[in-house]
Design a protein around this ligand. Structure first.
Ligand SMILES: [Fe+2]
Length: 293
């Protein structure tokens, strides 16, 4: 009996230590670096990719300060673009945090572009984690219109199933933004991808988009998976998307298209834990293929 009590206490202590570790990992933002070589551009590009900020009013001040510090630090050297791939907020109150604490930091010569994620449309609670075990719960809508207004006023161009073509630093670029909830429910929109020689980049919260556009664009930037969030020493238990689990973080190649899945900057309020899936901000270089050493 005594041995069982000691064993119980030890297990409880270990569980407690694990929770403390997993909570703290959520604030340990790493900087990932990704370099892509292509003959589709003439001049190199630099991009900051932020995904899944999950902002809300009472989020950990340590976590918010760290997010700001990392953004500031990595924008000391100007970048050409900043891409935000959804789940900017976790609750409606996150719109104010975004407006006051994050958007003023985001400056990029070529522009700041965003797509929305599921958390930008709905406020989730802990019961949704166990869905469909608990089906008597409604997802509360967020104030998307206000979020869009704040983003617009903050200088962010939100792409809602849009194709944007531009010439930037002699590069012919096509930027595609996928919005899966624009029609009010989760769906795959039909987006006409131009068949020209421009360098094509896609922003999509859900990485599953790769199945619809692989081979037709150069690169897809996405998030949503949180890198598995709670993993078996780095290997995701679930991808939270229709992709292979090992593709739920980092870069993978699909035909001629690179899929890059960020592990995200923040974490949902109802499960603020990460295990071997530390948050990240990705600094991307797209270089002319000839410059490959
Ligand atoms: Fe997310």
């Amino acid at each position: 009996m005594f041995v069982l009590v000691i064993l119980g206490i030890l297990l409880l202590l270990m569980a407690l230590l694990w929770v403390v570790y997993a909570y703290r990992e959520g604030s340990r933002i790493h900087i990932e670096h990704l370099t892509l070589y292509t003959d589709g551009i003439k001049k190199g590009l630099s991009i900051m990719h932020l995904s899944d900020l999950h902002l809300f009013k009472n989020m950990s001040s340590v976590r918010l300060a760290r997010i700001q510090e990392v953004i500031r630090g990595n924008l000391k050297k100007p970048v050409d673009f900043i891409f935000l791939t959804g789940d900017l907020i976790d609750k409606n109150s996150g719109i104010d945090v975004l407006e006051r604490k994050i958007l003023p930091l985001l400056q990029a010569e070529g522009g700041v572009f965003a797509v929305l994620g599921n958390h930008d449309y709905f406020e989730y609670n802990v019961l949704h984690v166990f869905s469909p075990l608990f089906f008597l719960h409604e997802k509360k809508s967020t104030d998307v219109e206000r979020l869009l207004k704040v983003l617009k006023n903050g200088g962010v161009r939100v792409l809602r199933n849009e194709v944007l073509q531009m010439t930037y630093k002699e590069n012919k670029l096509t930027l595609v933004g996928v919005d899966n909830f624009l029609q009010g429910r989760y769906s795959w929109p039909h987006i006409q991808i131009p068949e020209d020689n421009s360098y094509k980049m896609v922003l999509a919260h859900f990485p599953d988009v790769i199945h619809h556009i692989k081979g037709r664009v150069d690169v897809v930037f996405s998030g949503h998976t949180h890198g598995g969030q709670i993993t078996v020493w780095g290997y995701p238990v679930t991808a939270k998307a229709k992709i292979r689990r090992r593709e739920a973080r980092g870069a993978s190649i699909h035909d001629t298209t690179v899929l890059y899945v960020s592990k995200g900057v923040g974490v949902s309020h109802y499960l603020p834990l990460r295990f071997f899936a530390h948050p990240d901000v990705t600094m991307i270089r797209i270089e002319v293929a000839d410059e490959k050493k």
